[in-house]
Design a protein around this ligand. Structure first.
Ligand code: ARG
Length: 437
């Protein structure tokens, strides 16, 4: 470290620190398929899980086993049969399910016990807990097809899991559930993970999908509200099967009260850590409310506003607003917030007598520019002005008139400014632009 540039380290560490604090003591359900279990990279995945555990995150792992089950069935000369994405689990298939689940559980227990020198939990003993936490019921006959030992989650014993988590154990679930009549049922892994997260009131469901990052026209779909996800799932656009199952589970979990569901590309290095400890993440985040949202500014935002505006004031793009002015005018401001960080702001000063209002102080954090945030602020203020019965919006600018013109503002003589407005500053020679609403 000594002779290397310390800046990237410092920047990333400071960026991660608020999340380290936010995630401590929270409950996360992490689900992955049997592909992850079969991968050479499983030890690395487990190492990241151990790191999370060492940071005080309460963890439930849900490990699928589809490829392992298929292999076992094939080895016995059988054939895997599916109906509507669900396995038809006959006696032979059920035996394969039990064996695969058992082997996967043992494998995870073994890896969680490995103590690598230099790893976050070196020398510490991690407890692992598994058990009969899930009761199931049969799927029954669907469209005339008997799914036999394929089941659905009836109940997750959240109390029992919670006790293990209180005891600092990592809980492992495999896609098996038991019925009160003594039968075992084969469950869908994503569904089991979602139901478990709901029953526990977990803060997060993290799904490690086999597909690449979900994207559209080459751009990652980074965040969606529940309603947006529902719309996409209902649309005709094809989605890879494994991704779809995880997205459906994500929707189910968020609908059931889980704070955030994340669908990540399992094959990306350190996917869990990158998603959890950066603001941008690398997967798709689903939540009830938008991840980034414009809201009225509050007095506690003043320090952040000062920081956001300082560089623009120094460049002369914005007029200087001392702290007292901001404190007084904070009601006029709208901010764009993302996980506690203010990324952009804009202010609105109404002149009701002239049915117009001034859009002022539009600023976007320099590290987060070129993503439409300026336009988002503009839109929010426009909407508000319209709701308050304004017929136009105006802005004074020295350097950004192209931006405003691109958004429907037109150059107007300064004499058109409302009489009630503080006098036009002849030295600044700002351009005046109006937009009819
Ligand atoms: N690290 C944050 C979290 O754990 C934000 C992740 C953002 N992810 C995204 N795909 N937009 O909640």
């Amino acid at each position: 470290m000594s002779d290397r540039d310390p800046l990237p380290f410092l920047r990333d560490f400071r960026h991660a620190a608020p999340y380290i604090r936010a995630h401590r003591g929270k409950t996360f359900v992490i689900v992955f398929g049997g592909e992850a279990m079969a991968s050479r990279k499983l030890p690395e995945l487990v190492e990241d899980v151990v790191l999370l555990h060492s940071l005080g995150v309460r963890l439930v792992l849900v490990a699928g086993s589809r490829p392992q089950i298929e292999q076992r069935i094939a080895e016995r000369g059988g054939e895997s049969r599916y109906h509507g994405g669900l396995r038809i689990t006959d006696e032979d298939a059920l035996a394969a399910v039990k064996e695969s689940a058992g082997v996967n559980r043992v494998e995870l227990e073994r890896l969680l016990t490995v103590s690598l020198p230099g790893s976050p939990m070196a020398g510490a003993r991690i407890r692992v807990a598994a058990g009969n936490f899930v009761t199931a019921r049969p799927c029954g006959v669907l469209q005339g097809v008997d799914l036999m030992h394929t089941g659905r989650v009836r109940r997750v014993d959240a109390e029992a899991i919670r006790q293990r988590l209180d005891d600092e154990a990592i809980v492992i679930l495999t896609p098996l559930g038991y019925s009160l009549t003594g039968e075992a049922f084969n469950l869908s892994t994503p569904e089991l993970a979602a139901e478990t997260a709901i029953a526990l009131g977990a803060e997060k469901l993290l799904a490690l999908a086999e597909a690449k990052t979900w994207s559209q026209r080459g751009e990652r779909i980074g965040e969606l509200t529940l309603a947006e996800l529902d719309a996409r799932l209902a649309s005709k656009r094809p989605i890879a099967q494994d991704l779809r199952l995880h997205l459906e589970a994500a929707a189910r979990a968020v609908r059931g009260g889980v704070g955030r569901a994340h669908v990540l590309p399992r094959k990306a290095d350190g996917a869990l850590l990158r998603e959890l400890f950066t603001r941008e993440g690398l997967g798709t985040l689903v939540s009830r409310e938008p991840y980034e949202d414009v809201r009225p500014a509050l007095p506690r935002d003043v320090p952040a506003l000062l920081q956001l505006l300082a560089p623009l004031e120094a460049q002369g793009v914005l007029v200087h607003r001392p702290r007292e002015v901001l404190e007084n005018d904070v009601d006029r401001f709208r901010v764009l917030e993302r996980d506690g960080l203010i990324l952009a702001c804009a202010a609105f000063y109404p002149y009701p007598a002239d049915a117009t209002g001034e859009l002022a102080c539009v600023a976007v954090d320099q590290r987060h520019q070129h993503a439409g945030r300026g336009a988002a602020m503009l839109e929010a203020v426009e909407r508000e002005a319209r709701e308050r019965g304004m017929r136009s919006l105006f802005v004074l600018t020295t350097q950004s008139d192209h931006f405003f013109r691109a958004h429907g503002f037109e150059p107007t003589p300064a004499s058109k400014l409302p009489a009630a407005r503080p006098a036009y500053d002849e030295r600044r020679k700002s351009k005046v632009l109006f937009k009819p609403l």
